[in-house]
Design a protein around this ligand. Structure first.
Ligand code: BES
Ligand code: MN
Ligand code: ZN
Length: 504
């Protein structure tokens, strides 16, 4: 596997040229007046060229649109001979998330055009502060730069060329701008790290390798890691996690990574991020259909996001004790696999009848949640590619949010909105309890539709009275097709939400 490349992001002023000459300058364009940001520092010839193009309706400024114009005679005041127009939609729809995405679109379009050094003029939008805008642009650029071509050979002349990204701002020396850019780097690199794991094929990321990668990251970022191996999982009574892993030749693992801020004391609040870590989900004996099964290599995206969040929280030195708990297993059919009708005994003591071995995520999570509570977690967020049902309910533009605590739910939803990873609250209520009632065990793991709600209700029984939020990211963690701002594959969803949540 080749290491992924890093995009260098720098700041420059809108009068002094950047350190390196850029070969393209990007401008954000709105669909309504003023089409070009008022502050856009353009020479007359370039401005005329762009205005002609806009007047002709050749470029409308719609979100996700981008166009490249060659301006060999005029050039821009910054020396670039190409202009990249990026659509931002209408002023009324403007939000930092739209700008983050536009920066990603710009980077991908520039790379396609073999631009080596792209500079983007920070738009000044009324009522938005420059450091917030700079941060989302820098995040979007790095997220947009992500590729999952680790296993692909490139000819020498087909190597990605984009290496530098300069953000051109009014006051590049501004302290807040520099801080914002550093925060963007940390968060986007953590999200891309999580994406790398979720894009990794199942064969190269079984639970033990997942744990090794977590430990490697933990060592780099000063986190402590403790991984429980298969034997310990069984001995400590995590029969549910053990059960899911038992059909595989690859043993399960419980990955626990802790962050203790400087000066923290043991009675400070401890938050737990519990992430589903199914490194491949075949469905087990309740085998999945072949079509689309390859996507199930990313069934540990929730676990990767929890770990990615810890990485960023540590690098940002945020003041909150946090632990990531990732129950990891490979869900395989075999002579040793769980069978429909089997009953597992969970760490919390409740038994669960396994009606469908493909409803394995909830089985590993209930032990992860119970373990987090045993560690003393006072608040929990779990993230899981849990159900096809949430894809039916919300599609891929909203993560499903379930909770037993209105205040905690509102905090997580607000963090998700700020992060540009919107979540939509769904019910958790005993109205639905028939779906998880078993005649022979305390619960069953599947009872028909609506399954996303039933799964959440089962998890809630294990969160008990601890404030808990469950994020069902089955749809939002993965792009089936390439997007203007992202390749097909893992999105890293959850990392930004959790970091926002810890920042408060
Ligand atoms: N990992 C899947 C959910 C999933 C489906 C994630 C599609 C991403 C894309 C989960 O383990 C699963 O198999 N859920 C089943 C449960 C059902 C068979 C009880 C589902 O939702 O179909
Ligand atoms: Mn499954
Ligand atoms: Zn699964």
């Amino acid at each position: 596997m080749q290491p992924s490349k890093i995009l260098q992001v720098k700041l420059a002023g809108d009068h002094a040229p950047g350190v390196l000459p850029a070969d393209a300058t990007a401008f954000c364009v709105f669909t309504d007046e003023p089409r070009l940001p008022l502050g856009a520092n353009l020479d007359d010839a370039t401005r005329r060229t762009i205005e002609d193009l806009l007047r002709a309706g050749e470029f409308k400024g719609e979100a996700d649109d981008a166009a490249i114009i060659h301006t060999p005679d005029a050039g821009t005041p910054h020396g670039a001979r190409r202009v990249l127009l990026v659509g931002l939609g209408s002023h009324g729809d403007f939000c930092p998330a739209a700008l983050r995405r536009a920066a990603g679109v710009a980077v991908r379009r520039a790379r396609e055009a073999r631009v080596k050094h792209l500079q983007l003029m920070l738009p000044d939008v009324a009522e938005s502060n420059a450091s917030e805008l700079a941060r989302v642009v820098a995040e979007g650029a790095r997220l947009g730069f992500y590729e999952n071509d680790f296993y692909q050979q490139h000819d020498a002349d087909d190597q990605p060329t984009l290496e530098h990204f300069t953000l051109v701002a009014r006051a590049p020396g501004d302290h807040f701008l520099r801080v914002a850019l550093e925060r963007a780097r940390i968060v986007a690199e953590a999200a891309n790290w999580a994406r790398t794991l979720a894009d990794e094929p199942g064969a190269s990321l079984p639970p033990r390798e997942f744990a090794r990668r977590a430990a490697e990251m933990a060592a780099e970022f000063g986190l402590t890691v403790e991984t429980l191996e298969a034997g310990e999982i069984r001995e400590r009574g995590m029969g549910s996690l053990w059960g899911v892993g038992q059909g595989s030749d690859e043993p399960p693992a419980l990955i626990v990574v802790r962050y203790e801020p400087e000066g923290a004391s043991a009675d400070d609040e401890l938050w737990a991020f519990v992430g589903k870590g199914i490194t491949f989900d075949t469905g087990g004996i309740s085998l999945k259909p072949a079509q689309g099964m390859e996507e199930m290599k990313s069934d540990m995206a929730g676990g990767a996001a929890a770990l990615g969040a810890l990485r960023a929280v540590a690098e940002l030195k945020l003041k909150r004790r946090v632990v990531a708990v990732v129950p990891a297993a490979e869900n395989m059919p075999s002579g040793r696999a769980l069978k429909p009708g089997d009953i597992v005994r969970t760490l919390a003591g409740h038994t669960i009848e396994v009606v469908d071995t493909d409803a394995e995520g909830r089985l590993v999570l209930v032990d992860g949640i119970a373990y987090a509570r045993a560690l003393g977690a006072s608040r929990i967020v779990d993230l899981a590619t849990l159900t096809g049902s949430i894809i039916v309910a919300l599609g891929d533009h909203r993560t499903g949010l379930f909770s037993n605590d209105d205040e905690w739910a509102a905090r997580v939803a607000a963090a998700a909105a700020r992060a540009g990873e919107p979540a939509w609250r769904m019910p958790v209520s005993d109205d639905y309890k028939k779906k998880i009632e078993s005649p022979i065990a305390d619960f069953k793991n599947y009872g028909g539709r609506p399954d996303a709600i039933a799964a959440a209700l089962l998890l809630s029984k294990f969160a008990a009275d601890t404030p808990w939020v469950h994020l069902d990211i089955a749809a939002t963690s993965w792009h089936e097709e390439a997007q203007p701002h992202a390749p097909a594959g893992a999105t890293g969803t959850g990392v930004r939400t959790l970091v926002e949540l810890v920042r408060g």
